[in-house]
Design a protein around this ligand. Structure first.
Ligand SMILES: Cc1cc2nc3c(=O)[nH]c(=O)nc-3n(C[C@H](O)[C@H](O)[C@H](O)COP(=O)(O)O)c2cc1C
Length: 155
């Protein structure tokens, strides 16, 4: 059984979670921007990790999924999402953007939390975050237990 974790990450939290899973289950780990370098047909299990940005899965990840949908349908695919919104709400928002064909009763979709790395944001991003923070509270922090549970589920 060969596995691969494909992630999209802007400031590193999704990448770090992808690497934790990759190390634990001995899977290859690759940035979605580099995915053309691998032959996806070689893998039995695919894990897709994404952060949310303004409620959306980043375009590059969405494009990857839709472009490879037929191939992905033939594999075991599980997902994780990172973000600082309320876990249950985030899972719903994330799930709605995934193609139904990839979801069945065995599909795992987990939320690992998120971090706001202000030092890595540009001016506009910092501004947006500060504005939202005036009205809403973010749930910052990585949920290591959720990562462990996910790993146990995909092994
Ligand atoms: C401009 C901006 C918009 C964001 N929008 C959302 C959002 O809609 N929902 C959410 O849960 N998290 C949101 N986040 C938080 C990120 O998803 C979170 O910081 C995540 O850990 C980033 O992953 P990365 O470090 O791999 O880039 C946003 C962050 C920024 C900077």
């Amino acid at each position: 059984m060969k596995s691969i974790v494909i992630y999209v990450s802007k400031r590193g939290t999704t990448k770090e979670s992808a690497e934790k899973i990759g190390n634990a289950i001995k899977a290859d780990v690759i940035d979605v921007n580099e995915v053309k370098r691998v032959n996806l047909r070689e893998y039995d299990k695919v894990i897709i990790g994404s952060y949310l940005y303004a409620g959306m899965i980043p375009g590059k990840m969405k494009k990857f999924i839709s472009k490879n949908i037929e191939l992905l349908k033939s594999k075991s695919v599980n997902f994780f999402v990172m973000g600082v919104g309320k876990p249950n709400e985030m899972l719903e928002i994330f799930k709605k953007q995934l193609p139904k064909e990839l979801l069945d009763s065995d599909t795992m979709i987990s939320h690992f939390g998120g971090e706001l790395r202000m030092e890595k944001m540009n001016f506009l991003e910092r501004f947006i975050i500060k504005k939202i923070q005036e009205k809403e509270q973010f749930n910052c922090g990585i949920n290591e237990d959720a990562i462990k549970e996910f790993i146990n589920g995909v092994i």
